[in-house]
Design a protein around this ligand. Structure first.
Ligand SMILES: [Zn+2]
Ligand SMILES: [Zn+2]
Length: 201
């Protein structure tokens, strides 16, 4: 198949076949209904996450998926599992959680005239799972992760973590009505907290 060489060259510009998330579909063939299952554990790529939480680069990312040839291309579906590491949006303590997301993406054949420019495509016989994994992971992440659902955040006056030091007092006595308001502020007006904490790093 002399054409493979030229395919390969043009693909090499766009996909790195050495990337662990670039999958060779050669074995699968193109007969609709043909199916292959794969399990693999790869090192998580960089930036697999959002600001406060994500999958650390290089940590294990377990993929369990199947490839199915359909008329228009290859349907990839399965699950991705990893450990999430981040920080609590309220008190900045480390947060760890398990991630388990489902993936599904149709990769159309290179010559397909699928109209959407955004369709995922096979490049030659290769498909790149990374964008699919990335989209599924990022969508599943909590925008504001918390160490526990009832985390009280930090004291507005001195910055201690309220869970470590509940009901602590300050020398200047605070009007109890203001104290109550402060607690409410910690609970509801959170967006400013993590930014403040980041400056200290
Ligand atoms: Zn917390
Ligand atoms: Zn305090």
């Amino acid at each position: 198949m002399p054409v493979v060489g030229s395919y390969w060259k043009s693909c090499a510009m766009r996909l790195d076949p050495r990337s662990p998330l670039v999958i060779n579909t050669h074995e699968l063939g193109r007969r609709p209904g043909s199916m292959r299952t794969r399990e693999l554990t790869v090192s998580a790529p960089a930036d697999l996450g959002i600001e406060l939480i994500g999958v650390p680069e290089g940590s294990p990312l377990q993929l369990d998926f199947r490839l199915e040839a359909v008329m228009e291309g290859v349907l990839a579906s399965g699950t991705a599992r990893a450990t999430l590491v981040g920080e609590c949006a309220r008190c900045l303590e480390p947060v760890e959680d398990d991630l388990d997301v489902t993936l599904q993406e149709l990769y159309v054949y290179p010559e397909s005239d699928a109209e959407e420019d955004e369709a995922s495509r096979l490049h030659g016989e290769f498909l790149d799972l990374e964008p699919t994994v990335r989209d599924a992971v990022v969508l599943a992440l909590p925008y504001r992760p918390v160490c526990s659902p009832d985390c009280q955040g930090l004291c507005l006056d001195c910055g201690v973590r309220l869970a470590d030091n509940p009901g602590h007092q300050h020398d200047e006595s605070v009007d109890p009505r203001w104290a109550a308001l402060s607690t409410m502020t910690v609970n509801h007006a959170e967006p400013a907290d993590p930014a403040a904490g980041r400056d200290e790093e």
